[in-house]
Write a protein of this length. Structure first.
Length: 144
């Protein structure tokens, strides 16, 4: 699922991922609820745009994989909301999708616990958890 309201891209955990337990980092859904994270996973996607897209996804307590604006921005993908297409701005190729009949959590980074050893460091460098290209994002959910 593509969600232009999601700051980060996530995948659901596999059975073996759940055994590891959650990390200290959590995401925040658009309804302000916390989404537990378990770690990271590198995946290579073939979206039908004649190039492979390797990305490191956050493993999170979600039911559906979500491609967020971090992924879209990195690969130069544009979402055509009217025609339900994903456009590769580099190759000008596009792939057709359809409107989702589901609600996305639109995950974004959440503040880390003050008791975490990383809290002070992340306070000094807030840009680490806040992508700078998200101003004026329009929410759109598209299924490829």
């Amino acid at each position: 699922m593509i969600d232009t309201g999601a700051e980060v891209s996530v995948v659901p955990p596999r059975r073996e991922d759940r055994k590891r337990g959650s990390t200290e980092f959590s995401l925040q859904a658009c309804n302000k609820s916390r989404i537990k994270t378990i770690g990271m996973r590198s995946l290579t996607l073939n979206l039908g745009l004649r190039r492979a897209c390797q990305w490191i996804f956050i493993i999170a307590d979600v039911k559906t994989p979500i491609l967020g604006v971090d992924f879209l921005h990195h690969f130069g993908f544009l979402v055509d909301i009217r025609r339900y297409r994903l456009i590769d701005s580099t190759t000008q190729m596009n792939v057709k999708g359809h409107r989702a009949n589901t609600t996305s959590l639109s995950p974004s980074f959440c503040s880390i616990s003050p008791t975490s050893p990383f809290h002070e460091l992340l306070t000094q460098f807030p840009s680490v958890t806040k992508p700078c290209f998200l101003e004026g994002t329009v929410n759109s959910v598209l299924i490829l």
